[in-house]
Design a protein around this ligand. Structure first.
Ligand SMILES: *[C@@H]1O[C@H](CO)[C@@H](O)[C@H](O)[C@H]1NC(C)=O
Length: 413
């Protein structure tokens, strides 16, 4: 089921320019790369584990940046260091893949185009810089500040640690960044001199990454691109929105794209302006609430739904036929019968949105198996919040409103 769709998406041409939309905003077509499954449709367990590790590392980075920037501990950062250090003994394969959504931006004067992964779970923009001579930068388009008349060296370094312990690090610059025809001047970005293995061309097709969270979790302690666009009066509305459905996926800047959803958007307030953090009111199965009141982070850069071990286990306990899959897949993973994939509902702002069986099901454990891996995964290092990623977001239209500080969800059209 996953494969034909992915194959089609791979064939979609990466459209060069954003097109003006009928309403007030601009759309960027997104390309999707997903290899969380093997060619035979079974799950790629190392890739799944690595994805979870990277999401956890990202949360730790954001918490550390938040504390540095605000002088306060992030309210969700309650795990102690020893607790959250889960360098397990499992083998980390150097060859792994991840699921990500990427599209084009341009940087510098004259502008050069780059592809970036749009990540609502972080807040910094970086590209490979001219000094990156490690193999992980090979094949990516380089941002060379000396070839841009608007680049300014801000004389600061940066270092972002990833799930495998390697980092993306380099120098910070200010430069002009254009996304969907909207321009942010003096935008902070990183020119990386090292790229972690997760960003090698094989694993990461985009050139760089663009964080779309709030400034408080920025490693640079600088306005992220979208905040700059808003501050510089570039957007009609201080809103961006994602359609991550299998077809016609796009990032919409400056409002929402009415052609992509039906009915209204149901909003829920951002409870802390760092991540896109909102209250997940309930997790439902067969119309019944199994879990309630969970702090959650809406993250386009996370493939799965990652939650605390205890509540994730509670959820699977309510699903007939579910089994712990620690040994077959990895810590915190569960399987369900392939012929009885559950429909789980998540409630935000009083409205329940279903996770379709197709998106919940990550694929069979092995060829011919009737055990399928579930898209909700537990983590012992995560004790009080959930990361809500693509497994949910592919089912809804999602609006990120930096003006009213709220997240809106709607039914896809
Ligand atoms: C970089 O840009 C910010 C505004 O985004 C500005 O405040 C800062 O002074 C700039 N730094 C340099 C070195 O020009």
């Amino acid at each position: 089921m996953h494969l034909p769709i992915n194959a089609i998406l791979e064939l979609l041409p990466l459209l060069a320019a954003a097109s003006p939309a009928p309403s007030n905003g601009y759309r960027i077509p997104l390309k999707k790369r997903s290899t969380m499954t093997n060619p035979d449709g079974t799950v790629n367990a190392p890739a799944l584990r690595r994805g979870v590790d990277d999401s956890m590392a990202k949360m730790k980075r954001g918490f550390a940046a938040y504390e540095k920037n605000t002088g306060m501990k992030h309210p969700l950062d309650t795990a102690t260091d020893s607790h959250s250090k889960r360098k397990t003994g499992s083998v980390r394969l150097t060859d792994y893949d991840q699921e990500l959504w990427y599209g084009q931006i341009s940087v510098g004067t004259p502008p050069k185009t780059y592809t970036v992964d749009f990540d609502t779970g972080s807040s910094d923009l970086f590209l490979p810089g001219p000094n990156c001579d490690d193999t992980n930068c090979a094949g990516h388009k380089v941002y060379n500040p000396s070839q841009s008349s608007t680049s300014v060296d801000v004389h600061e370094t940066f270092s972002l640690m990833y799930g495998d312990g390697s980092s993306v690090s380099g120098e910070q610059y200010n430069d002009t960044v254009t996304i969907a025809g909207l321009t942010a001047k003096q935008q902070r970005l990183g020119a990386a001199s090292t790229y972690s293995s997760g960003f090698s061309k094989d694993n990461f097709p985009a050139d760089g990454l663009m964080g779309m969270g709030y400034k408080s979790i920025s490693e640079y302690d600088a306005d992220p691109v979208f905040a700059s666009l808003v501050a510089q009066g570039q957007t009609t509305e201080p809103v961006f929105a994602f359609n991550l459905a299998s077809t016609g996926s796009e990032l919409f800047i400056g409002g929402t794209d009415g052609s992509k959803y039906t009915g209204g958007l149901t909003y829920t307030p951002v409870t802390n302006q760092g991540y896109w953090q909102v209250n997940l009111q309930s997790v439902e199965f067969r119309g019944r609430q199994v879990l309630g009141q969970i702090d959650s982070i809406i993250d386009t850069g996370t493939t799965l739904i990652v939650g605390d071990e205890g509540r994730v286990r509670e959820l699977y306990d309510a699903i007939p036929g579910s089994q712990d899959a620690t040994l077959q897949v990895g810590m915190g993973f569960f399987t369900v019968p392939c012929n009885a994939i559950p429909t789980i509902g998540l409630t935000f702002g009083g409205r329940t949105f279903d996770i379709s069986p197709e998106t919940f099901n990550l694929g069979p454990v092995e060829s011919g198996s009737n055990r399928c891996v579930g898209g909700v995964v537990g983590q012992s290092s995560l004790d009080n919040f959930w990361i809500v990623g693509d497994v949910f977001l592919r089912n809804v239209y999602t609006a990120f409103d930096m003006g009213q500080n709220q997240v809106g969800f709607a039914k896809l059209s």
